[in-house]
Design a protein around this ligand. Structure first.
Ligand SMILES: CC(C)(COP(=O)(O)OP(=O)(O)OC[C@H]1O[C@@H](n2cnc3c(N)ncnc32)[C@H](O)[C@@H]1OP(=O)(O)O)[C@@H](O)C(=O)NCCC(=O)NCCS
Length: 187
């Protein structure tokens, strides 16, 4: 699956991305609220290798795409989703230098268009630690509704943390048919 937006391209992670991926995914400010934290470059290499084995999204498997700047191809982040029947949980990560520029909103817009329009997903959802302010703001900016706040429901890197769930239904997505979002599905 490859998607393009005005400024971005979402496509497969490649072996040559390992160093950049490790660079931002291991950054303490980036991985603080995330389950996967690569401890060494080899973890990033293995992650990309595992993803390379997945030709298409499969039920119950996280399917991760690179987020690249369209003009120079530089890897600036990654976005992934996991299908369970007609629902998709997603997560997104940007390198620190790429944050605050609207790239996450742009990438998610393309992803939602594709999930709702092409894959006919009924609901998308994400789980976030309420202390993760940029992530809470992003999900709200995407028009998602706060559906639940579970108190200290996840044991996360040795700490009991709250889990807030945001969801969005296909009928609530203004561009459910993939129209009007300025994206083109490349493949
Ligand atoms: C969560 C995360 C992806 C959000 O990234 P982000 O850069 O804050 O989000 P966006 O790309 O949508 O950028 C929005 C900001 O860019 C600004 N912006 C600048 N140019 C913009 C443009 N052309 N369009 C839209 N917004 C723009 C917005 O005003 C907004 O700033 P504000 O928050 O001060 O209002 C990022 O904080 C991150 O990678 N965190 C670490 C990983 C993580 O915890 N992920 C959560 C998993 S769900």
């Amino acid at each position: 699956m490859e998607l393009a937006t005005a400024r971005l391209r979402l496509d497969a992670l490649r072996a040559g991305d390992a160093e950049a991926l490790f660079g931002y995914r291991a950054d303490p400010g980036v991985c603080r609220y995330q389950g996967w934290r690569p401890a060494a470059l080899a973890d990033a290499e293995r992650f990309i290798e595992d993803q390379s084995a997945l030709a298409a999204p499969a039920q119950g498997r996280w399917f991760q795409r690179a987020i690249r700047r369209r003009d120079d191809g530089v890897l600036i982040g990654d976005v992934g989703f996991c299908l369970a029947d007609a629902q998709a949980e997603f997560g997104i990560t940007l390198a620190p230098a790429a944050q605050g520029k609207g790239y996450a909103r742009e990438a998610l817009h393309a992803l939602f268009d594709w999930l709702f329009g092409e894959l006919r997903v009924h609901r998308v959802h994400a789980s976030v630690d309420p202390r993760n302010a940029p992530s809470m703001a992003l999900l709200q900016a995407m028009g998602m509704r706060k559906e639940a706040h579970y108190r200290e429901s996840l044991l996360f890197h040795g700490e009991w943390v709250d889990d807030v769930v945001f969801g969005l239904l296909v009928r609530e997505w203004p561009d459910a048919a993939g129209k009007g979002a300025g994206i083109a599905a490349l493949r």
